[in-house]
Design a protein around this ligand. Structure first.
Ligand code: ADP
Length: 633
């Protein structure tokens, strides 16, 4: 089965290879780039939303812990002003006798114990400590001049003094709340409460909370991490540092800056701080990031900052980013696989469709051709029938003609036959009469010789009639003939005429087996030789050549005479039936026609040549039985 090649025409190689090459070259880097890009986007989105969620969560924590700090501080807000109500205090300030001092010292000691504050003391308007709760201690404030303290300076002006500082006496940090004591609208002294806020730090540490409180100078005064304490969260100018050092607010601490590696403001009061690895603030090997949420503490110039570590969030964001990248790679891989499979299926489908289409076309063509073939077969069958019929008719006609020709030839030959038979009959009559007489005379030898001659004559007559019978017999197209035998038989038949003529016969042919009925071969040869004899009647030295050769699987026998030849007009009609130039009853004009048709019926041919030297040559070609075997006679 052949298919239409157009249906399978492939794309031109240059066009088919290029896109595939481009795809193979650029697709993997593209996928990797997209993986990285999407992974980063996944990381960024996850971190962004994580920070937002942490920040919302942290806001609540911030509020909670900031309030805790505020309440811790506010607990002591009114404590200094309570001293106004204690009469011994104005008495001491008005009259600082040892008795009055002791009374107030005792009172302050009791009050301090009950309020769990660090110390409570009273100063006169010059800043000297007149009485204190820690009067028993060796590092007692009693008699100290603390006029340089900012809280004193505020309180003596009638403003509330709020101050975080490190004690100049014992270097202990604390929150100082100062209040100007009034009498009759006039400031007579200042009451101060020093509070310890370290308990809050311990609470934060226990709760694993990272937080700090920075004061009005930006100095961290309280921190869950002691390393951050007394560090500045804002850059401090040298001037400020000097001023703070002079005030001894932070004793002699160096007030270094808390230097983050990165500081990113995310929103109002929300920052992202990154501290370097292995710094004094971070023992980790990696940089550590915090979400820093800051809120001012009410009633103070302080800020509370809550630090939420971002490592877990960052780790989760990295995981999310990787997950996105891997998911993308998986999806890309699935898409590529699906696309490849789709292409394979599409190619297969296209090939199948093309094959189906080719099959359909083929079937259509086969059907069309079958119809055509059937029609032409039918036509051929009709033609074959017609031809067979015509052939049959022709064969019958041919047979009839052959038979008629034979009979005609016999008729033509009847005179000579009669002559041939009468002669021996007359001789027989004479011989038999003589023999009777010789027997009567007793001349047995002569009688015996006569009887022998009679026998020979009878044999001859038998041969003549046998030839005639075989000539007259109907033959068929199949069969084999021996050329030598055929020539001999023909010459035998024409023996009477040959005897009269002083004919010179040249035999130069092979005794081959040819494909023709023996009788028919003899009939053809009788015709050809007979015609030659007729043409040579006027020839004083008649010569007949019988020459043969093998040519192209056939045997070609030339029958040449040196007779009168054939004129140009007669040549045109030579093989037409009933064409004859012979006068009266001598010619019927059937000999050549029949001979040619007998030769043609075997696949052979009868032709004529007109040699320049004169005479006529008839060329009889007949198929050989075995084309190679040819023996010369
Ligand atoms: P017929 O012998 O009865 O005339 P043929 O068909 O045998 O019929 O021959 C037709 C004619 O061809 C003859 O009348 C004769 O004129 C011519 N012809 C045939 N053979 C020869 C020959 N060998 N030489 C000259 N003419 C010939």
């Amino acid at each position: 089965m052949k298919c239409d090649p157009n249906l399978y025409r492939a794309a031109p190689p240059s066009l088919a290879v290029k896109p595939r090459l481009i795809r193979h070259l650029f697709l993997p880097p593209l996928i990797i780039a997209l993986m990285i890009g999407l992974g980063y986007v996944g990381f960024w989105v996850s971190e962004h939303y994580g920070i937002r969620s942490l920040s919302e969560n942290g806001q609540r924590q911030l509020e909670l812990h900031a309030r805790a700090v505020e309440s811790e501080i506010s607990k002591y807000t009114y404590l200094p002003s309570l001293l106004e109500l204690e009469t011994s205090v104005p008495q001491l300030l008005a009259d600082p006798t040892p008795e009055h001092r002791q009374t107030v010292n005792d009172y302050l000691e009791g009050l301090n114990r009950r309020s769990r504050s660090r110390a409570i003391y009273v100063m006169d308007t010059t800043g000297r400590v007149m009485a204190t709760s820690n009067w028993r201690d060796v590092d007692s404030y009693l008699g100290e001049d603390l006029s340089f303290r900012a809280y004193f300076q505020s309180a003596v002006r009638g403003q509330p003094g709020r101050f975080y500082g490190i004690g100049s006496t014992n270097g202990e940090p604390g929150y100082y709340l100062a209040h100007g004591l009034e009498e009759h609208g006039k400031i007579i002294g200042v009451a101060v409460v020093k509070v310890r806020l370290e308990a809050m730090e311990e609470r934060w540490q226990r709760a694993r909370l990272e937080a700090f409180v920075s004061d009005e100078n930006g100095i961290i005064i309280l921190s869950s991490d002691p390393a951050r304490r007394l560090k500045s969260v804002v850059p401090l100018s040298d001037e400020t540092k000097e001023k703070l050092a002079r005030s001894l607010q932070y004793y002699w601490f160096p007030l270094n800056e808390l230097q983050p590696l990165g500081r990113e403001t995310l929103s109002e009061g929300v920052e992202k701080l990154t501290f370097p690895a292995n710094s004094e603030l971070s023992s980790d090997e990696e940089n550590i990031s915090y979400l820093a949420q800051t809120r001012p503490l009410s009633d103070t110039p302080w800020n509370f900052t809550l630090l939420t570590p971002l490592q877990d969030l960052r780790r989760e964001a990295i995981n999310q980013g990787m997950l996105v990248a891997v998911a993308f790679a998986l999806v890309a891989f699935l898409l590529i696989a699906w696309n490849e499979r789709r292409k394979v299926i599409a190619t297969r489908l296209a090939a199948r469709e093309a094959l189906q289409e080719a099959n359909n076309q083929l079937e259509r063509r086969i059907t069309e051709r079958t119809v055509d073939l059937r029609a032409s077969n039918e036509r051929l069958k009709g033609q074959i029938r017609e031809r067979r019929h015509a052939e049959e008719t022709l064969r019958r006609a041919q047979d009839e003609l052959v038979q008629a020709g034979k009979l005609a030839a016999i008729g033509q030959m009847s005179t000579s036959i009669a002559h041939e038979l009468n002669q021996p009959l007359a001789a027989l009559r004479t011989l038999s009469g003589n023999t009777v007489r010789f027997l009567e005379r007793g001349q047995l030898d002569v009688a015996s010789t006569n009887l022998k001659t009679i026998n020979e004559l009878i044999d001859r007559m038998g041969r003549i009639t046998a030839s005639l019978r075989s000539f007259a017999r109907r033959g068929d197209d199949k069969g084999q003939a021996c050329l030598g035998k055929g020539v001999d038989a023909a010459l035998q038949l024409l023996d009477g005429r040959l005897a009269n003529a002083t004919l010179q016969l040249h035999r130069n042919f092979d005794d081959v087996q040819v494909r023709i009925d023996q009788t028919r071969l003899e009939q053809i040869l009788v015709n050809l030789i007979g015609n030659a004899l007729d043409a040579m009647q006027a020839q004083p030295q008649p010569e007949l050549w019988l020459e043969g050769e093998v040519f192209d699987g056939k045997y070609r026998l030339r029958v040449r005479d040196n007779g009168h030849g054939i004129d140009a007009e007669a040549r045109k009609h030579l093989f037409e039936p009933f064409f004859t130039t012979k006068p009266g009853e001598q010619g019927l004009g059937l000999g050549l026609t029949l001979s040619a048709s007998l030769a043609a019926a075997t696949g052979g041919h009868l032709g004529v040549e007109h040699p320049a030297s004169g005479g006529t040559t008839f060329v009889l070609s007949l198929p050989l039985v075995s084309p190679t075997s040819a023996e010369p006679i």
